[in-house]
Each structure stands twice: as C-alpha cells, then as structure tokens.
Design a protein around this ligand. Structure first.
Ligand SMILES: Cc1ncc(COP(=O)(O)O)c(C=O)c1O
Length: 451
C-alpha cells in the first residue's frame, strides 16, 4: 500500500445493500448492481482490492484512464503536496505556474502543429469545449455561418448536450429529446462480414469516409464547422479505423475548410503506441480532446489541443477583451495539474507512452487465441486496446457480456468492461506479459462455459 493513508469505512460490515441506496450510480443498472454489488476498496499498480480482500486484476485501466497504474507514489505525493500548498487558484484573469508548465509540456509532447491547450475537467467538457472553439474560430474569421457539426454513428463523445448530439450511441440520446440542431452523422465503420477478426486496422472500409462528401454536398460546406470522430471508437466497443479512412476524412475536411476534431479521450496518453493516437495513425487533426490518461485518472482533468492558427485567430480586438468567453472554475485546477506533471514524469521515465506499441503484438496474439470459443463472433485490437464481441442471446442483448463481466470479477478476479455484447479491454500501460496471459486465460475459462 502507498504510504499516504487512505480513509473510508468500506469493510464488509459496512457495505450491506441498505447502505448503497442513496448513490444514484452513473451509467449503471442501479437495481441490479445494488442487489449484487461489485465493490472496490483500494487499488495499487495493476490491481484493485475488494472489501473482502480479493485482489482483482484491472484489465480496463479503471475506465480507460489509469494508464500509469494505480496509486503511483510520485503522483500521489504530487497531489498531496499541491493540496497542502495551493488548494485552488482561479485561472480566470489569474494564473498559477503549474498550469503554464503543464501546457508547455503537453504541447511539446503533441509536437507541431499543436501549440496551445485549453483545460477543463473531463472528456465531456473537452468535447463541448472543442465544439465551441470550432464555432467561435469560424466566427472570429468571418465565417459565422459555419454552425453544423458532423459526428459518426456509434461515436461516444461524453454526455454534455454537445457530446450527445454529435455522438452516435442511441441509448445515450433517445431519452433526452432536445439536442444541438444542425448535426449530421457519418456511418459507423465496423462491418462483421468484411472485418471479422482483423488484427489492427481493417483493410476494408476506407470508402465509408466518402460519405462525408455526400453530407457536405447536402448541407453545403459553407455551413459546416467541424467533423468530430474518435480515431479509434472506444466506448462503442473498440472500432478500429479502416486503413486509409482517417486520411480520407482529413483530405475532405481540408478541401472544404472544415475543422477535423479527433476525440482522443481514450486514445490519448499512450493507449495505442504513441503519446497521442493521431501520431500513431499518421493523420493530424485541427483540434483534439484529451482527459482520462492526462493524469492517469487521478484528478478530473481534460483538455483541448489546438493547432497553429486557431488560438492566433482569436487574438484580435482590444487587448483588454476576453477573446474566448468559455472556461470552468476548475480549468487547470492545481491538484489536477500537479497530478498531470507527475504523471508525465512517470510516463517518460518508464517509457509508458510507447509501451503499448511494444506490447501490441503480444496482446494481439493473446486476444486472438480466444477465437473459436463459444459465441465469439469477432476479436479486434490496436495498441493496448482490444474487444471480444459475442453473439447476443436471443431476446436478451447484452446479457452474455454482462455474465462474463460478473463471472470474471467473482470467479477469475478480473475486471473486464462490457458494452452491449462486447468485452472491451484496455489494461494499464504497465501491464506485464504474464498479466496479459492471466487476463486471456481467465476470459478463456469464463467463455468456455458460457451459455
Ligand atoms: C472518446 C470519449 N470522449 C469523451 C468521453 C467523456 O469523458 P468523461 O466521462 O470524462 O466526461 C469519453 C469517456 O469515456 C470518451 O471515451
């Protein structure tokens, strides 16, 4: 255990189901969870520990975020130090050194053409901030009629109204009615018949990007502000972009003066082999969002990177005028900045931002060894992301993957995320080969006896 004490009475005697009622849990089947809770008490390295003392291997990096592993001492100490010396400082019309230092280090990691980063507190805020930057960018350049956004089916961009509007996950949209007007969607890129069991980027599907030309022709390019996609769709179940697909999106958006936004909330900070996903995939957007891995999930934080020319376009008018009327009380919160700075050191010192690339081949072979097990209809992977898709039980979509999630947790001491009937895997980047074997062997045992 880390030497900085953690508190909280979370022993088995204190976790009777009656104690669980008040928390309205996010993205959770509350009644189901509270009838058979899956509780976590503490964490360290690759592991979670349950209140009854079980050690559970974290195969999902918390929620795609704990890239440096849990409770890393330098990060914990940096947060504690910041909490004791600068608990909060406004970044509206004021500043504190860690915010500037972090921004400098981040743009250096991004490399040219990125030269500015805007801070917020989550992936959802990063997405809404990026959409607002795109709208305002066009406006300050005299193209205020560019107000439309193009997202993609099965895209996940968080839960703000902007994010669900450009997002393409039906369940996250249908309850809420009102969304941003003027949003259209590209088709999603996954196709079982053409791509099943692809290793890395599928060969089939680049042509799906040409749909953007049709959408642009329909609305006229002059009305479109930006296209937003995840370079690799994560939450919808690890949908890896077909070879050539992102390149075409880039060509078409550039041709029409439309900004291309990559949502790198999952792919950022080493998940697919380079510090940022766009670097690994070789296609450079105009804006990209990050969160999660920015400080290994320790303190809420997000950000938007802007390429050269975007920030500069805002820097006009009177010196005293606020150039971009947007920001959050907690933008560049000192604790989040301290955590991120320490985390960047850990990433650098341990080579973690390129480790996914080094382990990708081993990870791929291990995952694909599950091919042929009952109900497995697809396996896909890139970097240290992976998905195993199961055929749904007739009339009970999602039930099979949920069963795997529960059995893996209780019988195999493995934490594996599920979305629909897809098992989604993204271990911390410190994962060792033996732990990859443990993840895959545990899944094999569960899948072998799955009905
Ligand atoms: C690509 C992407 N964008 C945005 C978000 C939203 O992030 P948050 O939950 O921090 O608001 C997520 C979360 O999983 C994500 O995967």
């Amino acid at each position: 255990m880390n030497d900085i004490a953690r508190t909280g009475d979370f022993t088995p005697e204190h976790t009777g189901t009656e104690k669980l009622e008040a928390f309205w849990m996010p993205f959770t089947a509350n009644r189901q969870f509270k009838s058979a809770p899956r509780l976590i008490q503490r964490a360290e390295g690759m592991y979670y520990y349950t209140p009854d003392g079980r050690q559970v291997l974290d195969a999902q990096a918390g929620l795609w975020c704990v890239n440096a592993g849990h409770c890393r001492t330098p990060i914990v100490q940096a947060i504690a130090q910041a909490a004791g010396s600068l608990d909060f400082a406004p970044t509206f019309q004021m500043g504190h050194p860690m915010a500037f230092e972090l921004a400098e280090r981040l743009v250096a990691l991004a490399g040219k053409p990125f030269n500015h980063v805007f801070f917020c507190n989550s992936g959802s805020e990063a997405v809404d901030s990026a959409l607002k930057i795109a709208l305002a960018y066009h406006r300050v350049r005299g193209e205020g009629q560019r107000t439309r956004f193009i997202g993609r089916e099965r895209g996940y961009h968080g839960v703000g109204f902007g994010g669900i509007s450009v997002g393409g996950i039906v369940g996250n949209r249908k309850m809420f009615g009102t969304m941003l007007p003027g949003v259209d969607h590209l088709p999603q890129t996954w196709n079982l018949k053409e791509q099943a069991f692809s290793r890395g980027q599928p060969q089939w599907g680049a042509h799906l990007a040409d749909e953007l030309e049709r959408i642009v022709a329909l609305h006229d390019a002059s009305t479109i502000a930006a296209v937003i996609v995840e370079p690799v769709a994560g939450s919808a179940g690890v949908l890896v972009p077909p070879v050539g697909y992102l390149e075409r999106l880039r060509e078409i958006t550039a041709k029409h003066g439309i900004l291309l936004i990559f949502d790198e909330v999952i792919t950022g900070f080493g998940r697919i082999g380079k510090p940022f996903g766009f670097q690994q995939l070789g296609v450079t957007p105009d804006l990209y969002t990050v969160a999660k891995g920015i400080n290994s999930g320790t303190v809420p934080m997000g950000g938007v990177f802007a390429r050269e020319g975007i920030y500069e376009a805002f820097m006009q008018g009177p010196q005293t005028a606020i150039e971009f009327a947007h920001g959050y009380t907690y933008s560049a919160h000192p604790l989040a900045c301290a955590a991120a700075l320490a985390c960047l050191d850990v990433y650098r010192d341990e080579g973690l931002l390129t480790r996914a690339g080094e382990l990708a081949g081993y990870w791929e072979d291990a995952l694909h060894s599950l091919r042929g097990l009952p109900h497995v209809i697809d396996i896909r992977n890139i970097g240290l992301m992976g998905a195993v898709e199961l055929a749904p039980r007739p009339g009970a979509a999602g039930a099979r993957a949920f069963d795997v999630h529960v059995k893996a947790f209780f019988e195999e001491n493995l934490l594996v995320r599920f979305t629909g009937d897809i098992l989604a895997l993204s271990p911390p980047l410190i994962v060792e080969k033996a732990q990859i074997d443990r993840i895959v062997d545990g899944l094999r045992r569960v899948l072998s006896k799955l009905d």
